[in-house]
Write a protein that binds this ligand. Structure first.
Ligand code: ATP
Ligand code: MG
Length: 395
């Protein structure tokens, strides 16, 4: 059995000892039958959060109103959620209320896809009420219950279906697919943040091109912030993009789509400032790389990881061979890798020259950095002092 399951077993047993039910549910059960790496386990319990908190000494409320508690146990931290239904949905956006229920079946019924609606007990007995295993064997994504009803309840599920296509390389069952096609416009009711969270998982998946094609074909892409369309997807599908990370793929999509204002688009997606900054820089670096090879100074100012990403994206765009060794050799040959490695500070420059601080400190520093990177000056205080006193002051 998987190590994560084994670790959590005493926790399930402890809950059962108190007369409640507890099961592994959702993605971990699916991934177990797919022989995929399981990254986190979800536990569903018949006990309410209050009841769970009485059983375990150390718990953290992480979503009490949704029934979720984190249990801090000597074997690890385990998230558990009370069996629940999601009441009615009046706006394809979020349930009007969640209701705690005492039956596993009710809880499984509210889940999105058959493969995500299975439960495994503490004796590893499988509860599979909707044919999840069969669908997994067929590599098919199918909703629990009538797809139209399920997508009307929560339109994000349509995008989730496609996200799973990307991650699992599954296809979408016919009726489920047709319902997505019919209801795609409802994605516009969904908060952008929820869309983006699924989309970020989507582009990182091994079958991202297949999923992106689905997004365009079903019409879902039309109801997301701008980025993907038929032209972009066709072009990217022909590229050897698989070695790229999710962020690198995002930049690839932006560049293939010839987007002028990357920052503005990523803001519409409500991406994090960190992601926006990174993508803007990568796009700039790729533009530079189209003009010339990277040099030591590029690595120094932008960082090795960014330069490597830009090199990888460029290789994909131009269908070139990507040679990491060359970049690594360049990096290892650098006397200074970043500003932190410099042997001097601005205050040294002021002391040596006897001048007041000003923009010249920055200029002088840049000149020294250039000389060190080019190998004409050693990164040693005495050498740098000599250079400032002779070369710089004589300018
Ligand atoms: P991953 O491994 O990528 O986290 P996951 O299946 O665990 O995949 P989550 O988004 O973490 O996906 O959701 C956990 C479980 O909660 C799902 O397996 C599914 O049973 C249920 N679920 C999540 N979102 C929805 C939704 N919008 N509608 C219905 N059920 C959902
Ligand atoms: Mg999960």
């Amino acid at each position: 059995m998987n190590e994560l399951f084994t670790q959590a077993l005493p926790v399930l047993k402890e809950i059962e000892r108190h007369g409640f039910e507890a099961y592994f549910v959702g993605g971990c059960v699916r991934d177990f039958y797919l022989n995929r790496n399981i990254n986190d386990i979800d536990i569903a319990v018949s006990a309410t959060p209050e009841e769970i908190k009485k059983i375990f000494n150390r718990t953290i409320d992480i979503g009490i109103e949704h029934g979720t508690v984190l249990v801090l146990h000597e074997r690890g931290q385990f998230e558990m959620t009370t069996f629940r239904t999601e009441g009615t949905y009046s706006d394809s956006r979020r349930p009007d209320e969640v209701q705690f229920v005492r039956s596993l079946e009710e809880d499984l019924k509210r889940r999105d896809f058959t493969m995500n609606a299975m439960a495994l007990s503490s004796t590893y007995a499988l509860t599979d009420l909707f044919g999840g295993r069969e669908d997994i064997n067929k590599n098919e994504i199918r909703t629990v219950g009538a797809p139209r009803d399920r997508f009307e309840e929560d339109a994000l599920r349509m995008l989730r279906a496609i996200r799973f296509v990307s991650q699992l390389n599954f296809s979408i069952e016919k009726k489920t697919y047709e319902a997505i096609q019919a209801l795609a416009p409802r994605l516009s009711f969904v908060a952008v943040e929820r869309i983006t969270a699924e989309f970020e998982k989507l582009i990182g998946g091994p079958a991202a091109d297949r999923a992106l094609s689905y997004a365009v074909e079903t019409g879902l892409a039309d109801f997301m912030p701008p980025l993907i369309n038929q032209k972009v997807v066709t072009a990217v599908s022909r590229m050897n993009y698989h070695t790229l990370t999710a962020d690198e793929r995002l930049v690839l999509l932006l560049l293939v789509g010839q987007n002028q204002d990357i920052k503005e688009i990523l803001k519409q997606w409500r991406m994090s400032n960190k992601t926006i900054k990174k993508c803007v820089l990568l796009a700039e670096l790729v533009a530079i790389r189209h003009e010339r090879s990277f040099e030591k100074a590029d690595i120094y100012y932008s960082g090795f990881d960014q330069i490597r990403s830009a090199e990888k994206i460029t290789a994909v765009l131009l269908d070139n061979h990507y040679d990491e060794r060359w970049l690594e050799d360049l990096y290892h040959a650098m006397q200074i890798k970043s500003k932190q490695d410099l042997a001097f500070k601005g205050t040294h420059l002021i002391k040596w020259t006897g001048k007041k601080g000003g923009p010249w400190v920055k200029e002088c520093t840049a000149e020294i950095e250039k000389n060190i990177l080019n190998g004409v000056l050693k990164n040693q205080l005495s050498d740098i002092k000599d250079w400032v006193e002779t070369e710089w002051l004589r300018k």
